[in-house]
Design a binder for this molecule. Sequence first.
Ligand code: COA
Length: 154
Amino acid sequence: MTLERVKLKDKKILNNLIQLYLHNLSQNFKIDFDSKKGLYIYEDISKYFINDNDIPLFIKDEDNILGFILLNLSEKENIVQELFILNNYKRLGYGKKAITEVFNTYKGNWCIKVVPCTPNSENFWINTVNEYTKGKYKLERTGKYNRAEIYFNN
Ligand SMILES: CC(C)(COP(=O)(O)OP(=O)(O)OC[C@H]1O[C@@H](n2cnc3c(N)ncnc32)[C@H](O)[C@@H]1OP(=O)(O)O)[C@@H](O)C(=O)NCCC(=O)NCCS
């Protein structure tokens, strides 16, 4: 498994993957859908190709895309904005391996806002961060969905 920064020429591939990701999330949580375009609504991803600290990564095995990660890094806080593993590759350890590599590469104050109402994702994040930090993380719950937020420093 390797992490590869997404190049501008592959922006369309990333947008396609984001649609699959949003469809996946919509199993548990309502995601707005634009019926005129046949697309889930997501922010413009241009910043990932302009700012050094907004980092789009493909998770790959040789030429095969396994998933993607979007990161927003800053002095104040490093945010894992999105993480997605394609169905064919789920539950094979790729998500954990990829995000552990991210934590080993980028240091600082990490914040992960887990997608609400999705016990599998919550389980993934708590398991992965607990293992990485050896239990030294903070878990908070916020808002009407009791959303899990995970904080740690590395
Ligand atoms: C969440 C997600 C990234 C996990 O990726 P993955 O590569 O399948 O996860 P891994 O194989 O690395 O799993 C590591 C651990 O997380 C937990 N986990 C992962 N998927 C799980 C599931 N479906 N149900 C329960 N626990 C799960 C397990 O503890 C697992 O360890 P184990 O397999 O030894 O029991 C993937 O399921 C996904 O893309 N989901 C849809 C998008 C999403 O929810 N992203 C997170 C947004 S906050």
